[in-house]
Design a protein around this ligand. Structure first.
Ligand code: HEM
Length: 394
């Protein structure tokens, strides 16, 4: 019998992995009630991300949102764009993500990690999300953009409200919060940009303003790009750190391995991304008729791509439900997407993960959960609002 999938049901929100495991075995292509198609196999998800016959559903991205700044964000954020606008934005930001620029961030990431861990070490217990997994990426993204870290709370609140509004399960109340968050960030960052243009530096905001001077972006687009980067760059990384720590705590033998062999850290980060990714599903639309998973899918079909399922596909990953930090093909995870919209900040996120987990493994003994963590409610972004832990640190 066909497995019925309701993307709004609790099973999809809180127990998605169990559902995806079943779908991978029994029904890797699922027709959802709204006419969209859910894909689970690695091969099919990778095809959708890389194919030029598949695009961003730009109209869908704005259609459900109430008129106002949050809807404007839907029209102006590069993640939701197709070429040629997408290409224009991508060219504007990519110099800030070169290998050299990312390497230059290493000592800043190390210092930030150490300062956060020093403060945690004195306490012996706390909330891993609040004490570490959130402040590390917020501090790093503020530094990269050249926006004041003292305003991190404004950025985080606005960005969290907007992320909740991006969920397919968003309620009218969440849309109202997202609209208020978008308005606050838009006005605030317009002010920051006005000040920065008088005194440009080597930061990403200055780079965007340079693109404006060259006629490649408008001022509003500079501000929307900054908001996109703030949003894309911090909560996702928070979930990499939070989901990764939880995976280690629940697999103590793997934590012991990481302690013994710090060289495992780079691959461990790939395995965390594979095992419990910060983004579980992405959305696309077919631009031409396609043959997928043995079925004909007409042009104009909405696709829901399960990154979490693709990362557990037994056709590619042996014992996919085991956390195995030395897994040889962990890097084949699709957690940063692929193709045209491949995450611009993947090298930076990997750097943050690498530094964070090597420092944690070296400094924290006996780390364990002090209480069950509190999960986020959405279906798209996966992570925790709170993760109480206790530990002995040195
Ligand atoms: C572990 C952390 C991260 C994960 C899992 C992640 C994941 C993703 C994914 C899946 C996409 C594609 C979205 C789609 O196609 O619908 C994306 C795009 C993007 N990410 Fe990340 N991301 C992370 C960290 C970062 C960081 C640190 C930055 C910047 C500082 C960043 C900037 C971006 C940007 C600008 C895009 C848009 C790329 C485009 O549309 O061409 N991300 N990310």
């Amino acid at each position: 019998m066909a497995v019925a999938v309701d993307a709004n049901a609790d099973a999809f929100r809180y127990d998605a992995i169990a559902l995806f495991q079943r779908l991978l075995r029994e029904q890797p292509l699922t027709h959802l009630a709204d006419g969209s198609v859910l894909l689970c196999r690695h091969e099919d998800v990778a095809w959708a991300l890389n194919s030029h016959d598949v695009r961003r559903p730009t109209q869908w991205s704005v259609s459900r949102k109430p008129e106002g700044p949050f809807r404007d964000f839907g029209r102006n954020n590069m993640i939701a764009m197709n070429p040629p606008d997408h290409t224009r934005f991508r060219h504007a930001i990519m110099p800030a993500f070169s290998r050299k620029r990312t390497e230059e961030m290493t000592s800043f990431v190390e210092q930030t990690c150490d300062a956060l861990l020093d403060a945690m070490a004195e306490r012996g217990s706390g909330d891993f999300i609040n004490d570490f997994a959130l402040p590390l990426p917020v501090t790093v993204i503020c530094h990269l953009l050249g926006v004041p870290n003292s305003d991190a709370a404004i950025f985080h609140e606005g960005s969290a409200a907007m992320l909740a509004g991006l969920e397919i399960t968003a309620t009218p109340e969440e849309f109202a919060h997202a609209t208020a968050g978008a308005r606050t960030l838009f006005e605030f960052l317009h002010d920051v940009a006005r000040v920065r243009e008088q005194n440009p530096g080597s930061d990403l905001l200055s780079l965007l303003i340079e693109n404006e001077r060259a006629g490649k972006l408008t001022r509003d687009e500079v501000v929307w790009a900054t908001i996109t980067l703030l949003m894309a760059g911090h909560e996702t990384t928070t979930h990499l750190l939070g989901n990764g720590l939880l995976a280690l705590v629940r697999n103590p033998a793997q934590l012991a391995l990481l302690r013994q062999d710090p060289n495992l850290t780079t691959n461990a980060v790939e395995e965390f991304l594979r095992y419990d990714p910060p983004i579980y599903v992405l959305f696309r639309e077919t631009a031409a008729d396609a043959e997928v998973c043995g079925e004909r899918i007409p042009a104009g079909t909405m696709l829901m791509l399960s990154i979490a399922a693709a990362n557990r596909d037994p056709r590619l990953f042996t014992d996919p439900d085991q956390l195995e930090l030395s897994r040889s093909n962990a890097r084949e995870n699709l957690s940063f997407a692929a193709g045209r919209h491949l995450c611009a900040g993947h090298a930076l996120a990997r750097l943050e993960g690498r530094v964070a987990f090597s420092r944690i493994a070296a400094r924290f003994d006996e780390v364990g959960l002090a209480a069950e963590p509190t999960p986020r409610a959405g279906v798209m972004f996966k992570g925790y609002h709170a993760m109480p832990i206790s530990y002995v640190a040195h």
